[in-house]
Write a protein that binds this ligand. Structure first.
Ligand code: ATP
Ligand code: MG
Length: 183
């Protein structure tokens, strides 16, 4: 799974539209405290289907929308788009069968989120499974939150097991089995 671009508009402190390009190799984000480094990582996690506003350091999902500043009014919508390099066709062909795959999540105040995969309406579940199968995603151990290393050390064995299953790339299977059992 390779991210090529990330577009953010109206998400948290990103009131102006911005587009980040991921080059090959390691990418570092540097800047002073409070400049939006964690917000950027959260935008990436959010577009991959994060459903917990607590994991977004928010008290409701609408809190991810730019809330205004002394010089700018609050916005009513936020949108994050991630563009994935799928030249090697690693993503499930049923959901995405193009070289570049564009995933969009958009939220409107009091109306919740909508998702699109390559411009077509999709369910949160489709987006979450797409990333779970690629062993990445909103809950992936590839994304380590500020302070999470300390939490890992203090975690219970069952919580640690869930983390290892994500890392082993089998959590997509678990989540499908759970759905099958419910039917
Ligand atoms: P640190 O180096 O301390 O970890 P950081 O670069 O990770 O800082 P962030 O936590 O990403 O910084 O950004 C914090 C800033 O984002 C704060 O100024 C906060 O007011 C702003 N912010 C968060 N949510 C919103 C929102 N919904 N609307 C506007 N600004 C927001
Ligand atoms: Mg931070």
């Amino acid at each position: 799974m390779k991210f090529s671009k990330l577009r953010i508009l109206g998400f948290k402190s990103f009131v102006e539209p911005v587009e980040f390009h991921f080059e090959d190799g390691l990418t570092g984000i540097v800047g002073p405290n409070g400049c939006g480094k964690s917000n950027l990582v959260e935008a990436l996690r959010w577009v991959m289907g994060e459903s917990s506003y607590k994991n977004m350091r928010a008290s409701g999902m609408d809190d991810v929308i730019f809330s205004g500043s002394h010089s700018r009014p609050a916005r009513n919508t936020a949108e994050v788009v991630v563009i994935l390099d799928n030249a090697e066709r690693r993503l499930p062909a049923t959901l995405a069968d193009t070289d570049a795959v564009e995933i969009t999540r958009r939220i409107e105040r009091e109306a919740g989120s909508v998702y699109k995969i390559n411009g077509k309406d999709a369910r949160a579940r489709d987006v979450q499974l797409l990333f779970a199968d690629a062993s990445t995603g909103a809950r992936s151990p590839a994304l380590v939150r500020q302070g999470q290393v300390g939490e890992l050390i203090a975690a219970k064995p069952t919580q640690r097991r869930a983390i290892l299953e994500e890392a082993a790339g089998i959590s997509g299977l678990h989540s499908r089995r759970h759905e099958a059992e419910l039917r």
